[in-house]
Design a protein around this ligand. Sequence first.
Ligand code: ADP
Ligand code: MG
Ligand code: MG
Length: 914
Amino acid sequence: MKTVYFFGAGKADGSAQMKALLGGKGGNLAEMTRIGLPVPPGFTITTEVCTHYVTHRKSYPRELFPQAEAALKRLENLTGKKFGHAKNPLLVSVRSGARESMPGMMDTILNLGLNDLTVEPLATRSANPRFAWDSYRRFIQMYGDVVLQVRSRGKDAHDPFEEILSNLKEEVGAERDTSLTAGNLRELVSRYKKLIQRRTGSEFPQDPKKQLWGAIGAVFESWNNDRAIVYRRKYHIPHTWGTAVNVQAMVFGNLGNTSATGVAFTRDPATGKKEIYGEYLINAQGEDVVAGVRTPYPISRMRQEMPKAYAELERIRNLLERHFRDMQDFEFTIEDNKVYMLQTRSGKRTGLAAVRIAVEMEKERLIDWKKALLRVPPDSLSHVLAPVFDRKDRQQAQGEGRLLAKGLAAGPGAASGKAVFNAEDAVEWANRGEKVLLARIETTPEDLRGMIAAEGILTARGGVSSHAALVARQMGKVCVCGAQDIHVDYSHRRMVVKNRTIREGDSISIDGTSGEVFEGEVRTAPSEIVQVLITSSLEGRKSLIYRQFATLMKWADKVRTLKIRTNADQPDQAANAIAFGAEGIGLCRTEHMFFGGNRIDAVREMIIAETPEARQRALLKLLPYQREDFIGIFRQMRGLPVTIRTLDPPLHEFLPNDGEILRELADKLQIPYEKIASRVAQLHEANPMLGHRGCRLGISYPEITQIQARAIFEAAAFVKKEGVPVRPEIMIPLVGFPRELSLQLAIVHQAAKEVEEASRVTIPYSVGTMIEVPRAALVAGEIASEAEFFSFGTNDLTQMVLGMSRDDSGSFLPDYLEHEIVKANPFSSIDQSGLGKLMALAIEQGRKVRPTLKVGICGEHGGDPASVEFCHALGLDYVSCSPYRVPIARLAAAHAVLKASTVAGVRAKGKRER
Ligand code: ADP
Ligand code: MG
Ligand code: MG
């Protein structure tokens, strides 16, 4: 087995195609070496070794040692340096790198090979003792943290190395790290070594080989640390993949003022704008930029400060984009004005940037429109549609002096919430239902859980490529970082800015598009796309993001075959959904219409009624209201299909449970209070979700279905007479027995006949049922003989198939996710391997009996991209989701086609080749 892959001097054993084996970092280091970019030489130990390490009680395959030895020799020969040499020592970095980038999940160790002996030649050869001692102290710090696990203790504590460093800075009156002298740094090294002796009971290891194997083991070890596991779980990265280890010759960004280190994107990852974007620190090593310990300069400044290096970066930027055909996020170091590439990968970006980059790269012919579509994750559109600060409210806040600070705009969108100062509290508060903003000096991977729980993230230090910014962009969180005027004080759980103290629980607001931080709450306003499409307060052609969004949607509609409908029960919702591209209503809930104005009185009268006649009387009062609602919706939908569900919830949901209001109701209806109270008691159910609801209401009280059907058909006839086409689809909920459906449909057909005769209008309607009781799926064939369509009610179906109550699952689902019993919340993403089978069965049985059977889905899942793709694969005709998720579903439906054709294409190609 080949366990080690070498790269250097224009040649590499590996390539970008081998990311599974070499990890993303290793694969791309090899690739960059091959295309002639300046990459320091080194070698990659494969992910297979990691898997071996994890599954064989932390031991290595035997062949690793000779292969690693040989690679090390080759590296020594190529660099002309030697490991542990007293005059010309080789120093390396040891870097982790999984198949998919896991920012900051694994730790990197720089300057490995330094010890009390080799630090001296480094000082003399560079004629820069300060640099040598700085490198040494960094090495001890990283090694101490990552390998020897000398770390902060407790959530409010500071990092012990950082503490020693800032104490020393204070003692000698140094404001910046760079103002420490060689002597100071030598002192720092000695204090670090003492700390390590104290904490671990043994001395800091001096033998470079021992250091190397310690570091390699620690990288493999870190694959299974808590935060790596949390990250993988969130992003569904298999635990079996493992990480590779990269051992690479050091180049030095801390060699003086002609050296620097930086991180850059080939395009702006927040907005997508086509310009090199990033930041750098002069006289520093890489970790400083990434860790956000010092706030770096924007890259644009390099144009003046280091013009030669800047020009080289521009050249590299073009090469990278032309080769990788995607926006790249790359890391570089400048050693004495020469640029070295240390990493590249496809850059994480905000939803906003994803749209812009995809559309513009298609224009530049770097990618075709199908690729461009696949470059935008459907869910990221929710970010594009997310609110920004309301202009007036923001102005007022500023006028009142509530603008506290300005940081860097790192994750667009606006958010308000209560300030918390550590990740644990963020999780705890969020679990209590509070909206929180997590404020930290800087974030580390340890904070991940808190960042997930928070609405937004605010940091006092660190640039746009700091950990906070990176993670926020990926999660689509609002983020402001590097707000330097803010002094966060962990131990008192507060922050001080401009003589103002914000304590834990105080409201703050941040704008991740402008970088502003406000005290108190600032109201938010809709995104530009919403302003164009929904509020009509902005002209489409004046908004770049709207135009690009429209282009993307046009492409999506060109390939998708799945129809997208919406769940709407009011005309304005229907209008919004159409603006977002909905092609019909997949679920119109009639019960929502029962609550408006004084209708609820008639509804309650109907429920209290003791005879069918009394019930009929009350229902007739409701009829005109319902008819009016349907007229509004039919007008809005102009002939697009409208699926209307007959009454679904248990009746007690319409009754007050407050004694006072019951008394008022008794007065209004002139019924004795006791009678009403006893009716309420009578309607009480132990398991209302499995109780007297859905079509069971229509079975017990046929007049409810009858009046609803009449309202629908009268409205349809009325609108059709106005010259507007109509297409009502009447849907019966909670059917489990074919006969339930027959009985209900008889009523519906009768009502249609009566209305058509009375109005002399023929109404093109259809009838169907929801599939939301498992029994219905099992007898779908029989049901399909009467139903013209099925609509999967995946909310109820999930509850009943999994035997999990949606309302009560909050108490155990987090554990289920934690233990990976379920991969995602089954109430937001379809349980494909379980529930999905039942859906497939129902479709197959149904279409066998009625080949033209139309099938859709109207649960929450209709707006979940993974579920949309699944529905496409199952052969559904449409998905229905809330209006604001319609664009997401359109894009997901397009992805489903494109991904399926990629798979089919690969298969076909495979066949030809065979
Ligand atoms: P991460 O995966 O957390 O980004 P990296 O392995 O990329 O960690 O290392 C972080 C930083 O360390 C890099 O951005 C780079 O600046 C610096 N670094 C890594 N290896 C070297 C090296 N051989 N020479 C100089 N700097 C290095
Ligand atoms: Mg990196
Ligand atoms: Mg239901």
